[in-house]
Design a protein around this ligand. Structure first.
Ligand code: G6P
Length: 372
């Protein structure tokens, strides 16, 4: 009913709008006054976490994209090797796991069969399993050694939005907590990131206030057949997520690529006036990354692409090459996905509407896939 949707036309719009609160709620009570993480709910003892020598993240769909982003944060802050794998692939390839492996299973519903099978397999091999889950008492957390709940609240729309942002927050918390427990050389950076995380909810709010031009742009592209998405570093999984949203909702051919791979194939797809969305990393972070992507934008534009550039406020270097410019607030590089994903959700939702598709219940898809 309209009341359930809180005055929005679709649950997805309501859930997109709830993201600042979902992010804040997921942080609530997990950072103390001194800026340290208090994750007592992760019942894996500190000495066990100190012994962990490998982290394996398993998930499906949008949750898998959260895992891909988590890898960058975990390896940077903890220096523990981290693999990310689709749950449906992991289970069937005889993965190498032992008591020193920490498996992180990410699932909004807690009922995805492939993820459940992956965690059962991991536990049989003696690995510890930590679930990141949005649904209290669901199967995946019940069968795990520990759980960190995301506090997104119920997500109804099939295409995941607020659950994704909170999965990212939970992944950052796990990475920072591991860093804290293990006393990594990034201690100062970790404290700074904890502070930045606390202000990210406000940044998401600001993004939501500036989405009208994104909706307009989406409507103008309703007749297109293909949209490409490019990113580097954590912007690469964001590109994958932007493409997934467009497939799910707009039923358009959409692909996400690592911008560095352009020359190895994807650039051959670029046709005149083809929309290409580029996620640009902060120029203040690793500036090499930023410079590289600016030349990628030039390359595709020279081949006729219509460039849709998502870039930080104040990033002037991209302006000459952006046919459409979407501004996002400045955030540290590793946290940028929390703000960069939001315009892509709005973009896909509006394109679905413009194409007459059912936003909350896309064809052929289920909210939770409980068969293998
Ligand atoms: C389905 C949903 C996706 C979701 C995926 C994983 O495909 O349509 O939105 O990302 O399942 O679901 P989970 O509940 O495990 O996060």
């Amino acid at each position: 009913s309209a009341a359930e949707k809180g005055g929005y036309d679709y649950f997805m719009l309501k859930e997109i709008a709830e993201q600042p609160k979902a992010v804040a709620d997921t942080l609530l009570g997990r950072i103390d006054a001194a800026g340290s993480l208090t994750l007592d709910e992760v019942r894996i003892p500190a000495n066990v976490l100190r012994e962990v020598d490998k982290i394996v993240i398993v998930a499906c769909g949008t949750a898998f994209h959260a895992g891909l982003i988590a890898k960058y944060a975990i390896e940077h802050w903890t220096r523990v090797p981290c693999e990310v794998e689709l749950a449906s692939e992991f289970r069937y390839r005889d993965p190498i796991l032992d008591q020193q492996t920490l498996v992180v299973a990410i699932s909004q519903s807690g009922e995805t069969m492939d993820t459940l099978m992956a965690l059962r397999h991991a536990r049989e091999q003696g690995a510890k399993v930590l679930a990141i889950c949005n649904t209290n008492g669901s199967t995946i957390p019940r069968e795990s050694d520990a759980v960190l709940y995301t506090h997104a609240g119920p997500e109804v729309a099939v295409a995941s939005t607020k659950a994704f942002l909170t999965q990212l927050v939970a992944c950052y918390l796990v990475a920072l907590y591991l860093g804290q427990v293990r006393g990594t050389k990034w201690a100062d950076e970790i404290r700074a990131v904890v502070r930045d995380l606390s202000s990210v909810s406000g940044a998401v709010e600001r993004v939501l206030e500036t989405m009208e031009p994104v909706r307009e742009l989406a409507r103008s592209l309703a007749e297109k057949n293909t949209v490409l998405f490019l990113g580097r570093h954590v912007g690469y999984p964001v590109a994958l997520e932007g493409a997934l949203k467009l497939k799910e909702l707009a039923y358009m051919h959409a692909e996400g690529f690592a911008a560095g791979e352009l020359k190895h194939g994807p650039i051959a797809l670029v046709e005149d006036d083809m929309p290409v969305v580029v996620v640009v990393p902060s120029p203040r972070g690793r500036s090499v990354l930023h410079d590289k992507i600016v030349s990628n934008i030039q390359e595709i534009r020279a081949r006729g692409a219509r460039t849709i550039v998502i870039a930080e406020e104040g990033d002037e270097a991209v302006v000459p090459y952006a046919d459409h410019l979407i501004r996002i607030p400045a955030t540290p590089t590793l946290l940028q996905p929390l703000v960069a994903t939001v315009p892509l959700q709005v973009f896909a939702c509006e394109l679905a509407t413009a194409r007459g598709n059912e936003v909350d219940q896309p064809r052929n898809l289920a909210k939770s896939v409980t068969v293998e």
